[in-house]
Design a protein around this ligand. Structure first.
Ligand code: SF4
Length: 733
């Protein structure tokens, strides 16, 4: 008999609803669920590859223990008991010898239960949990949350938005359900679309206005919009006078940021800057969609986010239908924050979080201030996971150099740090220097090759998923397992629980399975269900009743209860409380000595189909779509260098050099190239020095993560506007 299981794709953040057809314990088909509100039956190419992923012959199916030199690629199969016992024993030794803070974890996106990782580490006593958080949404979210009490990530495009600003985001390539919403809104409401992107992207092709911004000049544009909107009186005066503080100082601050000044910085004409600012301010409601490119500016990422915060607020778009809605936490679901046990991490251990003395907004100093206000207004905070972290550049330096103190162990789960973090050679030194590296993975990856243990991870058809978008939305989506994990694969919840029990955490892990813990988290919602599976089969998602303008009754979750255009939390942490211009770390103005030797501008870091981050390179049908890394080059630039379409070219910065194949396109400016990220080659030799080609085409080899070039408040490193030079492979360099 064929059973139909209600599952959710976890190959990206969209979590599209799928139906898995299961016959005799075998998944025979996975299709988009036509009744699911997110995707309405659609699947992108990644979703279509679900079965290739589940049954791929290269999946890790059993725990593996390193038996050769680190990096030799020689492993032997061991039992879970042997692996977990040994890992627990080695962690105990390291903690007693060096302290709990010398044990770290590095995580990735969207295939884990983040609360379980944080719960484990809080109980262990280590604050050193890290993700790519500083370059992925967190600076924007925290600038918003510290200014108006929650991130406005629920842009209500399909609820009557009259103007949508797509800034640092390309849903036409990376989030197709969002792109569909955008186009439907235009058809339904006549929504105007403004796209801000250095490239003529898939989304830009559908825009009413495309602003071809010079890479890493976004802050200048946002400040100039503020200048236009304030000086032309286009802002919402009633909202500003009743619900904001610091408007006078903001108005004074932005006077120097004229459209003409911004035209010099951005390469966009003053006329187009003014036209776009007017379109945004006079089309109501309007929203600025989430996007991560602006988190990747390095120095100035948070200052730029502050400027967009001010735009949303003064134009009266906050928490209105069709505007920038701040959903707040789900009121009755037991959220990630409630599951994390942050109170178990002692104060003295919080103070040891790496990077928290310098990058204070997304580490314990800022998180504590923000949490006080969120709890006062919402009753709950945002999770510490992602929002309160060790800074990766500082963490990797601690591993590599022992300063400010040595980090001896790392547990990597749902991540491939050798590919996903800037300055690959430093990350390599760091991982090589560890006493213990544990990687839980689907595949043998370049990072896994360096591990002491590689543990087999269950994927989304083998595990249930319950998500509230990293613990910050007022809705949840649930899915069930299609089948039990194959071979000896486990879920991350099982891993943390079983390791935790071995380390004396037993009383904190009462739920034996993922389904048990998920049912517990649903209990206060009031559904009459016997099991988690019943919830999925009958309901599958829960959307808390949506309220708008919640500030009318609650105020904003900030110290003043208002939108803080002058941000008192940033001020208390020692940062400039007003939006301001910061010269990008690698601009010709900031680094004139580089400009001659490295005459071109590099954009690195955008997502592209059919891959998600560094994943899916093993899937043949996806590699056929995109078999090799591509770098976009304007035909005029290519002609100067004698480069033809398909030529391999070297991309070189002061930090490193990799090769990708040229794609000639007028979508990028003649002085700019755009390289793909996340590249490694699963088909190449696994052992050192090749390490599956991780140094060959991985653009992170070329990116610098020197903390002095990182964002002051959140520690983001720069992936946009990096100086580079190119040459044909086989010629010159
Ligand atoms: S990978 Fe594709 S199918 Fe899967 S959730 Fe994302 S958009 Fe949906």
């Amino acid at each position: 008999m064929i059973q139909i299981k209600k599952v959710a794709c976890h190959f990206c953040h969209m979590n599209c609803g799928m139906l898995a057809y299961v016959e005799d314990g075998v998944v025979i088909k996975v299709i988009g669920d036509p009744e699911h509100p997110f995707n309405q039956g659609a699947q992108c190419s990644r979703g279509v590859s679900a079965l290739d992923h589940l049954y791929h012959p290269n999946r890790i199916n059993y725990p593996l223990k390193r038996v050769g030199e680190r990096g030799s690629g020689r492993f032997a199969r061991v039992s879970w008991e042997e692996a977990l016992d040994d890992i627990a024993e080695r962690l105990k030794q390291l903690i007693s010898q060096y302290g709990a803070e010398t044990v770290s974890t590095i995580g990735g996106t969207n295939r884990t239960d983040d609360f379980a990782r944080r719960r484990f580490f809080n109980l262990l006593g280590s604050p050193n949990v890290a993700h790519t958080a500083p370059v992925c949404w967190i600076p924007n979210f925290l600038a918003e949350t510290s200014s108006y009490g929650w991130g406005s990530f629920d842009a209500e495009v399909m609820n009557g938005a009259r103007c949508v600003v797509v800034w640092g985001h390309n849903p036409g390539a990376s989030y197709l359900p969002e792109m569909r919403g955008l186009l439907q809104a235009r058809e339904t409401f006549g929504t105007k679309i403004i796209v801000i992107d250095p490239r003529f992207s898939e989304t830009a092709a559908k825009a009413d206005l495309w602003l071809p911004i010079r890479p890493n000049s976004d802050n200048a544009l946002a400040l100039a919009w503020l200048n236009v909107i304030i000086n032309e009186g286009l802002y919402d005066m009633e909202f500003v006078s009743e619900w904001t503080v610091g408007f006078g100082e903001l108005a004074e601050r932005v006077q120097e940021y004229t459209p003409e000044w911004a035209a010099e910085k951005t390469g966009i004409s003053a006329e187009l800057i003014i036209e776009a600012a007017r379109m945004y301010a006079t089309s109501k409601p309007a929203c600025i969609m989430w996007g991560v490119a602006t988190d990747q500016l390095g120095r100035g990422s948070t200052a730029g986010a502050q400027a967009r915060v001010a735009l949303r607020a003064i134009c009266g778009n906050l928490d209105v239908p069709g505007g920038d809605v701040m959903p707040g936490p789900h009121p009755t679901f037991i959220t990630d924050w409630e599951m994390e046990l942050n109170e178990k991490l002692p104060e003295e251990q919080r103070a040891k979080q790496l990077g928290s003395d310098r990058f204070k907004l997304n580490s314990w100093p800022g998180y504590q201030l923000i949490t006080e206000n969120l709890v006062r207004v919402w009753g709950k905070s945002i999770p510490a996971e992602w929002f309160c972290e060790a800074n990766p550049p500082v963490l990797f330096r601690a591993m590599a150099t022992g300063k400010p103190y040595p980090v001896k162990a790392a547990i990597v789960l749902a991540d491939n740090p050798l590919v996903s973090y800037a300055n690959t050679k430093l990350v390599y030194q760091a991982l090589k220097n560890l006493d213990l590296l544990v990687v839980m993975e689907y595949w043998m990856t370049p990072t896994a090759v360096l591990a002491d243990y590689v543990l087999p991870a269950a994927s989304w058809l083998e595990r249930p998923v319950l998500t509230t978008t990293y613990g910050v939305s007022d809705w949840l989506v649930a899915s069930e397992r299609a089948i039990k994990p194959l071979y000896e694969r486990k879920t991350d919840y099982e891993f943390w629980r079983e390791l935790g029990i071995r380390l004396g955490q037993e009383e904190y892990w009462p739920w034996e399975t993922d389904e048990e813990v998920f049912k517990y988290r649903l209990e206060k919602l009031g559904y009459e269900i016997e099991s988690y599976e019943e919830f999925v089969q009958k309901y599958r998602y829960d959307f808390a009743p949506r309220e708008y303008r919640k500030y009318l009754t609650r105020g904003f979750a900030t110290p003043s209860g208002k939108v803080e255009l002058k941000n008192s939390t940033l001020e208390r942490l020692g940062y400039d409380p007003l939006p301001h211009y910061v010269e990008p770390p690698f601009s010709p103005e900031a680094r004139p000595e580089l400009a001659e030797e490295y005459p071109l501008t590099l954009i690195a870091g955008g997502g592209f189909n059919p891959f998600f981050h560094s994943e899916h390179r093993e899937i043949t049908r996806l590699r056929l779509v995109s078999p090799y890394p591509r770098v976009a080059i304007n035909p005029r630039l290519a002609e100067q260098y004698g480069i033809k379409d398909g030529d391999w070219i070297w991309i070189e910065t002061p930090t490193g050099k990799v090769k990708q194949r040229a794609v000639l396109t007028a979508a990028v400016a003649p002085d700019t190239i755009q390289a793909e990220r996340g590249w490694w080659y699963p088909e190449k030799e696994i052992e050192e020095p090749v390490l599956m080609g991780v140094f060959e085409s991985n653009i992170n080899v070329c990116l610098d993560d020197d903390p002095d070039t990182c964002d002051e408040a959140c520690g983001s490193w720069c992936t946009r506007g990096v100086r580079c030079r190119i040459s044909k492979v086989g010629e010159g360099s």
